[in-house]
Design a binder for this molecule. Structure first.
Ligand code: P6P
Length: 339
């Protein structure tokens, strides 16, 4: 049976389910094409002279890898001329990137982490691109947008997704009607639908957290992990497995594929920051995918998608994955204080 391509899937979602408009379909196809180019650059590795750092820092104060900057450029160049965007925002850029005046402007905002998991680039471990699509709520089409137009909660996203550059290159997206996974057919250069309706099992025995931060966690997280580690004889009554890839895209992809819980909670190393991960272009797009696949995503107490953003690069505590396990963590936060 001939598998569907990304375009066929998106046209079907547009025609049969009315969940995607032509501009959003075009936008996702452009982002998908850019991710093919990023995958090509990433897979060259040392042969393409793209490994290593630039000796510069991004707006987050993190060392920029050559591939971080390349991936950012690929996404900007691919998306600025299409006419469907009013502006873009990226982890790699301090301020928003308005569409140059020489190009037509559209009604959508595109946010992205061009290459998430940078610490894994030079050691050949899966990395990825994360993107989020919002409507530009402005009165007249073509009116310039500002950073304030991006300050929308994640529940306003019209689409989100990621590409994971691993043993296979895959694109996983939602346009609000479930989650679909596509595998890159390098010979044809097309994204082929291989995971029609990704669903997260409601229960799990696998958690993902960076255990080296244990002494810095708040009590609810410490108690939760202690009880998981206690296994069958402990209060959870079952043994747990642990995974930590240190690439959010890879950990989330595993959870979308077989269940699990991913945690990057607040910790006392930077007490004034709610967590390490960014709300607008990491937590929000991933939370939409997780919820669309039947999972849950909270910051410890509230739904991530309901958080009203105040700044473009603001951070958030992230607990997401199998619905019943996320609810268990929420219960630990109620019983052991907020943290
Ligand atoms: P740590 C990658 O740098 C990232 O932003 C996420 O993709 C990943 O989940 C996390 O940071 C890893 O952080 O502290 O374990 O290196």
């Amino acid at each position: 049976m001939k598998r569907k391509t990304l375009t066929q899937y998106l046209v079907e979602q547009q025609r049969e389910h009315g969940v995607v408009v032509p501009e959003v379909r075009l936008l996702i196809e452009v982002v998908a094409r850019a991710c093919k180019a990023i995958s090509h650059a990433v897979s060259k590795g040392a042969l393409g002279g793209v490994l290593g750092s630039l000796g510069t820092e991004n707006v987050q104060g993190e060392v920029q890898k050559k591939l971080d900057v390349m991936s950012n450029e690929i996404l900007l160049e691919a998306n600025e001329w299409g006419g469907h965007l009013a502006a873009m925002a990226s982890e790699e850029m301090e301020t928003i990137h308005p569409i140059p005046n020489r190009y037509p402007k559209g009604e959508y905002l595109l946010l992205f982490d061009p290459l998430d998991g940078s610490s894994n680039i030079d050691v050949n471990v899966s990395i990825g691109t994360i993107f989020s699509v919002l409507r530009a709520h402005h009165d007249t089409p073509g009116q310039p947008v500002g950073e304030q137009d991006f300050m929308q909660p994640g529940n306003k996203q019209v689409a989100s997704g990621y590409a994971v550059y691993g043993p296979q290159t895959m694109l996983v997206i939602t346009v609000g009607n479930g989650v679909a996974g596509f595998t890159l057919d390098r010979e044809m250069g097309s994204w082929v639908l291989t995971h029609e309706d990704m669903r997260i099992p409601e229960d799990t025995k696998e958690f993902a957290i960076n255990m080296s931060n244990m002494r810095h966690w708040a009590p609810p997280v410490k108690h939760y992990i202690d009880d998981c580690l206690a296994g069958k004889t402990g209060p959870r009554g079952k043994d747990f497995n642990m995974r930590w890839v240190a690439s959010m895209v890879a950990d989330v992809h595993r959870i979308l594929t077989r269940g699990g819980i991913f945690m990057y909670p607040w910790d006392s190393r930077e007490p004034n920051k709610p967590g390490k991960l960014r709300l607008m272009y990491e937590a929000n797009p991933m939370s939409l995918l997780i919820e669309q696949a039947g999972g849950a995503a909270i910051d410890g107490t509230q739904r991530i998608l309901d958080i009203q953003p105040m700044q473009l690069h603001q951070r958030v505590s992230v607990i997401l994955g199998s619905k019943n396990e996320v609810e268990t963590v929420a219960r630990y936060h109620k019983e052991h204080g907020q943290g």
